[in-house]
Design a binder for this molecule. Structure first.
Ligand code: NAD
Ligand code: ZN
Ligand code: ZN
Length: 347
């Protein structure tokens, strides 16, 4: 089968021919129907040799931590899914045994590191291939009649903002303001989740006019260029009070200080992007009672909820489709920031 693999640190990923894997006991083999392209892959492929090894990633590694497929073959003992089922892959695999996992919070598994459990595409071979192994049917969620190509990215670009936003919903009633920084793959879905679930006026920021156009199309109430004037514009819009929740889908040097500086009293600042930014923290650096979070991905139950939002027609991922052979080009376009919404690879 064909697979898009990262084969050498610092080099572009390549399409290679490898054998179709066999599902071992308890595993499931999927025929992949779609795989999403995330900026985190660009981050991983930007690591130096030392950083890459220290993070525990193998080489070669099949990319793809957003996946959807059709159940193709069952490993011994698997009975909760059947051949032919359309499924989405819940990516942040855990042990299934610790307290967090037992609550469906496998993204915060406390045993994964010791047991060497890693997500597909981020340590284990991922979804950018004709077939993929899923280590346990627990890591599958039924897709039903949702189009896999349109919806595969909800497994990360939907789930991650959903998890971030859900925790702030009690602060986002009518008359409130939510700021979204970065309106790419995650951000453009985040805006739709905010509009669907909260009463907040959504202020969206990006450095790119095309991305702001998309932000407006998917429901942002106000769009602003993310530059040195953004702070004052947001304070003006919020009558000097600041926003009730800020979601930073960039997490870079200029954006985290901006996120914190526009947070009103008792606001939430949630930094999702891993852009290397940071901010000084202490009395007087931030409004009273502001909560700052760095979440990772989301809960299994939340993936089911996100798919239900899509089924209800409340979120619609803007996609740009590529073949597996064009996979390297998808990553070039992601790096150049020319993708509108999310790139999806269809084997
Ligand atoms: P993307 O490339 O699709 O979108 C990023 C957007 O940020 C682009 O529209 C870009 O124009 C914009 N941007 C860049 N610099 C900016 C700035 N200074 N101000 C405002 N906007 C700016 O990326 P994505 O796939 O949506 O991922 C977003 C970030 O989230 C990445 O850092 C990714 O690694 C991270 N991520 C984190 C998690 C998590 O669990 N915490 C999960 C998925 C992705
Ligand atoms: Zn991701
Ligand atoms: Zn666990």
């Amino acid at each position: 089968m064909k697979a898009l693999r990262y084969t050498a640190v610092g080099q572009a990923p390549e399409v290679v021919e490898i054998p179709i894997p066999k599902p071992g006991p308890g595993q499931v083999l999927l025929k992949v129907t779609a795989a999403g392209v995330c900026h985190s892959d660009d981050y991983v492929m930007g690591l130096s040799e030392d950083e890459y090894t220290a993070a525990g990633y193998p080489l070669p590694m099949t990319l793809g931590h957003e996946g959807a497929g059709i159940v193709h073959e069952l490993g011994e003992g698997v009975s909760t899914v059947a051949v032919g089922d359309a499924v989405a892959v819940y990516g942040p695999w855990g042990c299934g045994y610790c307290h967090n996992c037992s609550e469906g919070h496998e993204n915060y598994c406390t045993n994964a590191r010791d047991l060497g459990i890693t997500p597909p595409g981020l340590g284990t071979d991922g979804s950018m291939a004709e077939y993929m192994i899923v280590d346990d049917p627990r890591h599958l969620v039924p897709l039903g009649d949702l189009d896999p190509i349109k919806n595969v990215s909800l497994t990360d670009a939907g789930l991650t903002p959903y998890h971030a936003i859900k925790r702030s919903l009690p602060k986002l009633g009518a008359g409130t303001f939510a700021v979204v920084i970065g309106t790419g793959g995650l951000g453009h879905v985040g805006i739709q989740i905010l509009k669907a679930l909260s009463g907040a006026t959504v202020i969206a920021l990006d450095v790119n006019d095309q991305k702001l156009e998309l932000a407006q199309e998917v429901g942002a109430d106000i769009t602003l260029i993310s530059d040195a004037t953004a702070h004052d514009r947001i304070m003006e819009i919020t009558a000097g009070l600041g926003a009730d929740a800020v979601f930073d889908f960039v997490g870079a040097k200029p954006t985290i200080p901006l996120a914190v500086s526009v947070a009103g009293i008792d606001a939430d600042v949630t930094v999702v992007g891993i852009g290397g930014g940071e901010v000084a923290f202490g009395f007087g650096t931030i409004n009273y009672d502001v909560a700052v979070r760095i979440p990772y991905w989301g809960y299994r139950g939340e993936l089911i909820e996100v798919l239900d939002l899509a089924r209800a027609g409340k979120i619609d991922v803007e996609i740009q489709q590529y073949t597996l052979d064009d996979g390297p080009k998808a990553y070039e376009d992601l790096h150049a920031s020319t993708i509108r919404g999310r790139a999806v690879i269809v084997p």
